[in-house]
Design a protein around this ligand. Structure first.
Ligand SMILES: Cc1cc2nc3c(=O)[nH]c(=O)nc-3n(C[C@H](O)[C@H](O)[C@H](O)COP(=O)(O)OP(=O)(O)OC[C@H]3O[C@@H](n4cnc5c(N)ncnc54)[C@H](O)[C@@H]3O)c2cc1C
Ligand code: FES
Length: 277
C-alpha cells in the first residue's frame, strides 16, 4: 500500500543514537509536532524515509529503511551503517538534535500467512527485515532467517534475532562467527536440502545488489516467489530525477521497463528484475 498523504519534511528529535556494533548505529527519533502523529500510523513494513542531514555540506537527503515504528509513543527507528560523509555526520549527532524526515516513502512488503519464509539480509540490509520477520512470525509463518556480515564485530541484536526466527543462519566473511563465507553459500545448502518440495516457500531479501541478483536467480530457477528491497543510490528520492532506476519485466514477460526504486519500489518481485551484466 502506498500512502497518498501530502508529504513534507517533519521535525523529529533524537531520542538515542547508539553504536550497536562496529560501524552500525541504532537511531530512535521522536516526533516533535504531535499533530503529525498520523504519519507514523501510515507506515507499512518495508517503507523508507529520507533524512535531511543539514549543515554538513551534504547536498542530497539520504534514504534509510524504517526499521521500527511506534505510533503510540510517536517514534521511528533506523539502523544505519557508517560508510561515508552523511552517515558519519549522523553518527555524531547527540540526543535532542532535530532532524527533518520525509516519510513514509515507497511500497511495502506483502504480509502472507502459513508459509515457509526465507528471509535473507546482507549487512545493513537487515534494517528492512527485522520488523517484517516479527510480523510474519505472528502470522503463523515459519521463519528461516539468513544474515551475512563481514565479521563478529558487526553482529548485534542476538536475542531479538533468536526471537523472530525459527532458525537463524549467520555467516561472516572472516569466519569469526557462524559459517565462514557469504550468506549465499548457506542459502544454497538450505535450498538443496529442501529441493524436493519448495512449493510452500517464499523469499524476502534486502542487501547489496549482487546478493539480490542471486536471490532473483534462485527465485526463477526454483519457482519460489520473492520480494526484494533495493538500496540503489538516490538523488531526489521522490520519483522525479530517474537517478535510481532498475530494469523490471512487465506482466507479459516480454516488455522491460525502467522502474524507479524510490517511487515504484524499493520492493520488487525478484523474478521480474533484470540485472545489468
Ligand atoms: C530505499 C533505501 C533504503 C536504505 N536503507 C538503509 C538503511 O536502513 N541503513 C543504512 O545504513 N543504509 C541504508 N541505505 C543506504 C544509505 O542510503 C546509504 O548508505 C547512505 O545514503 C550513504 O550516505 P553517505 O553520505 O554516508 O555515503 P556516501 O558518501 O554517499 O557514499 C560512500 C560510499 O558508499 C557508496 N554508496 C552510497 N550509497 C550506497 C548505496 N545505497 N548502495 C551501495 N553503495 C552506496 C558510494 O558510492 C561511496 O563509495 C538505503 C538506501 C536505499 C535506497
Ligand atoms: S532518486 Fe530520483 S527518481 Fe529515484
Amino acid at each position: 500500500m502506498r500512502s497518498v498523504m501530502k508529504k513534507d519534511y517533519i521535525p523529529f528529535s533524537i531520542v538515542f543514537n547508539r553504536e550497536v556494533a562496529k560501524d552500525y548505529f541504532w537511531l530512535r527519533l521522536e516526533i516533535t509536532e504531535k499533530e503529525h502523529i498520523d504519519i507514523i500510523n501510515s507506515i507499512n513494513v518495508g517503507n523508507f524515509a529520507t533524512i535531511n542531514i543539514e549543515g554538513f555540506e551534504i547536498f542530497f537527503k539520504r534514504p534509510f529503511s524504517i526499521f521500527d515504528f511506534d505510533p503510540y509513543n510517536g517514534t521511528i527507528d533506523f539502523l544505519y551503517k557508517v560508510i561515508g560523509r552523511a552517515t558519519l555526520a549522523l553518527s555524531n549527532l547527540p540526543q535532542g538534535y532535530i532532524l527533518k524526515v520525509l516519510l513514509p516513502l515507497g511500497n511495502s512488503f506483502p504480509i502472507i500467512e502459513n508459509k515457509d519464509v526465507i528471509i535473507v539480509a546482507g549487512g545493513i540490509g537487515i534494517a528492512a527485515l527485522i520488523k517484517l520477520a516479527e510480523i510474519l512470525r505472528s502470522k503463523n509463518n515459519k521463519i528461516e532467517f539468513f544474515w551475512g556480515i563481514k565479521s563478529k564485530e558487526n553482529f548485534f541484536f542476538s536475542t531479538r534475532l533468536e526471537e523472530i526466527s525459527d532458525n537463524l543462519y549467520i555467516t561472516t566473511e572472516d569466519g569469526s562467527l557462524g559459517e565462514q563465507g557469504l550468506i549465499t553459500n548457506s542459502l544454497y545448502k538450505f535450498i538443496y536440502q529442501h529441493s524436493k518440495d519448495l512449493s510452500n516457500f517464499i523469499i524476502y531479501g534486502c542487501g547489496p545488489t549482487p546478493l539480490l541478483r542471486v536471490l532473483s536467480d534462485l527465485s526463477r530457477i526454483h519457482r519460489i516467489p520473492s520480494y526484494l528491497s533495493f538500496e540503489n543510490k538516490m538523488a531526489c528520492g521522490i520519483g522525479t530525477c530517474q537517478g535510481c532506476v532498475i530494469k523490471v519485466k512487465e506482466k507479459d514477460r516480454d516488455t522491460i521497463k525502467y522502474k524507479r526504486v524510490c517511487y515504484d519500489g524499493p520492493i520488487f518481485r525478484g523474478e521480474d528484475v533484470v540485472y545489468e551484466l
